[in-house]
Design a protein around this ligand. Structure first.
Ligand code: ATP
Ligand code: MG
Length: 247
């Protein structure tokens, strides 16, 4: 699809950038999504562009939460749709979650384009278009969710969520799993499970853990959830960034 030499040392990063660019061209990703991508790249560079041990443990805790959930929902914005549409479909299947399109800058065109794009990549019946629910404490447009989607969810995965909305969702009592490369962002800090990793690596990693944990007992899943320490995960991520051996 694109012309990046596979032996380029920063292959994955260039591929990611191209996908975001294509997302903007297809009307899936907003221009602000380009800026978010740039921010993410900088943090990923400092992390060595790999999943740390601590981020892997967070992905495992996320998988356990999702398997225990009554009504898990994966929230998808323009960057997520451009980068990992098929991986979202796969994770949804692995944990029995619904997928909801949830945009900071909501337009009908972009909602439709993302829903279509997700369907093309195997997501059945993406939610978000009804918008008959509200997140308390946010202004009208930014508060919109589906009442029977994120509105009714007990566990939500919110990759790259805006800090304000992440806090408001947590205040609703939802167990929030945030994927964000910046451990200092309010989104990561309000999460029950912050995964400080690139969504390109994190989404398939959660799915892999979920399949591995498919047959363990509920008690074991609860044990994984109980022993996960969000503050420690954020501290470890910050430490990895500060002391990284950059190549
Ligand atoms: P705060 O959460 O403190 O309010 P913010 O929400 O204003 O900050 P944004 O720039 O809007 O910050 O959000 C983009 C976030 O998404 C950044 O923290 C960036 O590191 C992260 N990000 C961007 N691309 C990716 C990616 N591919 N994987 C994971 N995280 C990413
Ligand atoms: Mg943020």
């Amino acid at each position: 699809e694109i012309d990046v030499p596979a032996d380029h040392p920063r292959y994955e990063s260039l591929l990611t950038r191209h996908r975001i660019e294509a997302g903007v061209e297809q009307g899936i990703t907003s221009k602000q999504g380009l800026i978010a991508e740039g921010r993410g790249e900088a943090f990923d560079y400092l992390l060595g562009e790999e999943t740390t041990e601590s981020a892997d443990a967070a992905a495992r805790a996320a998988a356990a939460h999702l398997l225990l959930a009554d009504h898990p929902v994966l929230s998808v914005n323009g960057n997520v749709a451009a980068l990992v549409p098929g991986e979202i479909a796969d994770l949804a299947e692995a944990v029995g979650a619904e997928v909801e399109v949830n945009l900071f800058n909501r337009t009908d065109e972009r909602m439709q384009a993302i829903a279509d794009h997700l369907r093309e990549h195997g997501v059945t019946d993406p939610k978000g278009l009804t918008a008959d629910g509200r997140i308390p404490g946010l202004s009208h447009e930014r508060a919109k969710v589906d009442a029977d989607g994120i509105g009714a969810a007990d566990v939500v995965v919110v990759p790259l969520e805006d800090g304000d909305r992440a806090e408001a969702l947590a205040a609703m009592g939802k167990t929030e799993i945030v994927i964000d490369l910046n451990p200092l962002s309010r989104s990561a800090q309000s999460a029950a499970v912050p995964i400080v990793d690139n969504i390109i690596r994190a989404i398939p990693n959660i799915a892999r853990h979920a399949r591995e944990l498919q047959d363990v007992t509920e008690a074991e899943l609860r044990e994984i959830v109980a022993t996960f320490d969000a503050e420690e995960a954020l501290r470890a991520a910050e430490e990895a960034i500060r002391s990284g051996d950059l190549e």
